[in-house]
Write a protein that binds this ligand. Structure first.
Ligand code: NDP
Length: 451
């Protein structure tokens, strides 16, 4: 069949919209990837005939379930939980669990779809999945979080396993939540196995896992800069978020000789012209992980800093920008502001933080722009290494894992340049990541025939 007889991008997207009504985040993610894949497969009949892209954009399975728990006042509370198993062509489903009131099926489908390409890019044998619940851990006691996690795992355990699906953390799910969920899995199944990653070192976690996503995003940025003869050292950076990814990105920028000017949370952002150094980052980690406070408290502790209530940090002039909070947190106007303020490189610690219009601004201005699926892949890559260590019942030291993370991020950067380099020397990292991620999954699916 001639290629011209197949649907074009517009017709394909019409179908996606019809089949997924109202799922804006999912449609946005599929659109972003499909733009590049359609160009790549134009003359590759085998992918068209096997409907590969359509199959990747239809999750293998979505499990949705009730999560019932009791709060400290003995009220019965009901939440909804999900696990989206998108694609396991190249390995067991793998992807985080998010607890946030904004979680819905569209958000998890977009994340599981993106994860499929990201995991492929790492070169490790991992498929794509994502899960979560519309539960808000903010303001809950430890006992409430524990009861919620236990109830969540009481249903989830039957859908996951070390060879089937291996969840990890994400927004609202850190070491505490992973501990409660792992404990419940073990209690129900009577098996100690590497079914979750992001565990603490004492019970099978990997060195470098907490740091991996944020550090990896900075390594990716460093690779992009080096490719153009530049460096992180001596440059200023604006960062959003103040969770796991943001604080570790800030730490690595500082270690490399850069100066971090901002961090944020959902309330607003702080701007510290003196730079947010290691001592200040440690204070923020304690504030967020132990005291579970708000970023606004920073200005009471560190003089010279300002808090901007209800605002995002993209108006502060800087050489580098790292969105590390959540999806769609950097829009077209904010991208234009960053460009007019002279930003040189953008590396996404979060998943899909820049809107499609914002990405276009970066591309049109030929700014170095590392999309989340490449730039933040260090987290899942070290999760993959945690799985290997659990399977072999061994543990590697920090130095070895640090070297492996550095190499993995270099490898991802190389794959992006292989498929994303343009004639003028500019690298379209979105295109490079999409095509490299797609090709491996697609070829595996072709090998399986129609299943
Ligand atoms: P955390 O829960 O540790 O931190 C999230 C941060 O983002 C907090 O500062 C939070 O503020 C802020 N935030 C959350 N929602 C919003 C919102 N709607 N508007 C503004 N700020 C918001 O999560 P992580 O650091 O783990 O994850 C951050 C991003 O990185 C997510 O996109 C995640 O998918 C992605 N990611 C994470 C990986 C990991 O290893 N953890 C791996 C790869 C990607 P507040 O405290 O006020 O809610």
């Amino acid at each position: 069949m001639p290629v011209s007889d197949h649907v074009n991008l517009e017709q394909f997207m019409e179908g996606v919209k019809k089949r997924n009504p109202g799922q804006t985040e999912f449609i946005q993610a599929v659109h972003e990837v499909s733009q590049d894949i359609f160009g790549f497969i134009e003359d590759k009949v085998q992918y068209h005939e096997a409907q590969i892209l359509r199959r990747i954009a239809e999750p293998d399975r979505i499990v949705s379930f009730r999560v019932c728990w009791e709060d400290d006042n003995h009220n019965i509370r009901v939440q909804r939980g999900w696990r989206v198993q998108n694609n396991n062509a190249i390995g067991p489903y793998k992807g985080g669990i998010r607890f946030h009131p904004s979680v819905n099926e569209s958000v998890l489908k977009f994340l599981a779809f993106e994860q499929t390409f990201k995991n492929s890019l790492t070169g490790l044998p991992m498929g794509g999945g994502k899960g979560g619940a519309n539960f808000n851990p903010k303001g809950k006691s430890d006992a409430e979080v524990m009861r919620f996690c236990q109830s969540f795992m009481t249903e989830l355990y039957r859908h996951i396993g070390p060879e089937t699906d291996v969840p990890a953390g994400d927004i609202g799910v850190g070491g505490r939540e992973i501990g409660y969920m792992f404990g419940q899995y073990k209690r129900i199944t009577n098996r100690w196995e590497g079914v979750l990653t992001g565990k603490a070192i004492e019970y099978g976690g990997s060195q470098m896992r907490p740091e991996a996503t944020g550090y990896g995003a900075v390594y990716f940025l460093q690779n992009m800069l080096k490719h153009q003869g530049m460096d992180v050292e001596g440059h200023t950076a604006v960062i959003s978020g103040s969770g796991n990814v943001a604080t570790h990105a800030a730490e690595k920028i500082t270690q490399m000789g850069g100066k971090v000017l901002t961090l944020s949370d959902s309330g607003g952002f702080i701007h510290d012209p003196d730079g947010i150094d290691q001592e200040k980052i440690d204070w923020i980690k304690h504030l967020k992980n132990v005291k579970r406070g708000r970023i606004s408290e920073y200005v009471d502790e560190f003089k010279g800093a300002e808090y901007h209530d209800g605002k995002r940090p993209w108006g502060i002039a800087a050489d580098l920008a790292l969105p590390c909070a959540t999806q769609n947190e950097l829009n077209e106007d904010e991208a234009k502001t960053l460009v007019s303020n002279g930003v040189k490189g953008v590396s996404e610690g979060a998943n899909m933080p820049t809107t499609l219009e914002g990405v276009k601004v970066f591309h049109d201005a030929e700014i170095l722009y590392g999309p989340g699926k490449a730039a933040n892949a260090g987290g899942v890559a070290v999760s993959g290494l945690e799985m290997s260590q659990n399977s072999e019942r061994i543990s590697w030291n920090q130095e070895r894992l640090g070297d492996m993370l550095t190499e993995l991020m270099e490898g991802i950067h190389e794959k992006c340049t292989e498929y994303g380099s343009t004639k003028g020397g500019y690298v379209d990292y979105v295109k490079g990541a999409n095509i490299a991620g797609f090709k491996k999954v697609a070829d595996a699916m072709l090998a399986f025939g129609v299943v």
